[in-house]
Design a protein around this ligand. Sequence first.
Ligand SMILES: [Fe+2]
Length: 291
Amino acid sequence: MPSPFSLDNPAGYRAWRARKLADYPRSIEALRVPIRRLAEPNRTEVAALLERLAKCNMALVDCGDPAQIRPDALLQLGKRLGLRHTDHHLCADAHAVSTIRVEAAGRASALIPYTNRPLNWHTDGYYNPPERAVCAWMLFCRQDAARGGENALLDPEIAYLRLRDQDPELIQALLHPQTLGVPGNAEAGPDRRETTFGPVFAWPQGALEMRYTARARHVIWHSSPAVAAAREALTRLFSGNEDFIYRHKLRPGEGYISNNVLHNRSGFQATDPSVPGRTLLRVRYLERIDG
Ligand SMILES: [Fe+2]
């Protein structure tokens, strides 16, 4: 059966579109799932998570206790959802969990996620080669900022749907394997990265995958009027009145689990270096959560 995402399958797309939009939640609160013990979610809790992920590609977890936000607990939760291969290693271990906080010094301090500056719209791992595509991630909050640090989130399937409804040519432009390139770096050792090219939208294993960054520097967009139009359409989508963009500030004990949804982060108030500031834990996976 041809994919509903294929432009050659308008009837399949229409049926998928109707299912997708039927009762699509307008608020992220509908995606909230209380979990008593993060490391050992019970069957009902797992089913509630999978149901939300199946509909919206994301869920908002609430364990109510920042002390539970630990690397081992996150990895255990991931395993219960079928997530075993992290972006960092082929097997998930504690090193695969990143701590996202303001870093005053060192290599991380040069990267925007580790500052208090806003982060523009992106999917995670857009610089990975297609065979190491990030398909899911978790982001949990141990401590929030006094002011700022909100996220906006958008299901990539909704982004695809809006663009296709506007003009299928916009999708066509984003399917080409050379659409978006990210230059490699000159680092030595395991952090070395080759230049990678890939499409923005693809469905190599059936499910829609999106690879995107709104950043203007260190990216190579295919130079064509069609790609420029598609990029503008995405920018308009992010800045317009899209009903299904969720805006939320993670509180301590809360976290997102997602099939690599689009997201951004607002800037936030930094604290004195002697006081612990906004602290999140993140894990990225090479497989998606399908239930
Ligand atoms: Fe991200």
